[in-house]
Design a protein around this ligand. Structure first.
Ligand code: 5GP
Length: 118
């Protein structure tokens, strides 16, 4: 069972933002922006590569609701999913990071020289 499944079951507490039968949104414990929400399907999928694409329809609608609830639909936001080892994924339960509340920068994605990959 993943740590996020323990949050879904209530075994581990979270600061909840929105919930329905299939999805849960809660504040990240270690925020990287003024607003940093994690959005997950309650059912465990390892990551984006493994998710049933049909789930993404509901997850997209749910994410729109979360953004609206927090006013981010107007001010803007960034949506990220880390996939696997090189993607920097730490929790093996599909989740999207919804980041906002400030003008976000776009830098230092890798310790390697990015020009080598362009
Ligand atoms: P990843 O690196 O897998 O994309 O992101 C995992 C995220 O989960 C991290 O941003 C981390 O701060 C967050 N996280 C890990 N454990 C917990 C927890 O117990 N509660 C909450 N709210 N967030 C967690």
């Amino acid at each position: 069972m993943t740590i996020f499944s323990k949050i879904v079951s209530g075994e581990i507490p979270c600061n909840k933002v929105l919930e329905n039968e299939e999805f849960l949104a809660f504040h990240d414990i270690n925020p990287k922006a003024p607003i940093h929400i994690l959005i997950i399907p309650k059912k465990e999928y390892k990551n984006f590569q493994e998710v049933d694409p049909k789930v993404m329809v509901g997850l997209t609608k749910f994410t729109h609701q979360v953004a609206k609830l927090l006013g981010l639909d107007v001010s803007g936001y960034r949506l990220i999913t880390n996939n696997g080892s090189d993607g920097g994924q730490e929790v093996m339960h599909l989740h999207f990071h919804l980041l906002g509340g400030a003008k976000l920068t776009w830098s230092h994605l890798s310790d390697s020289d990015s020009h080598k990959f362009l």
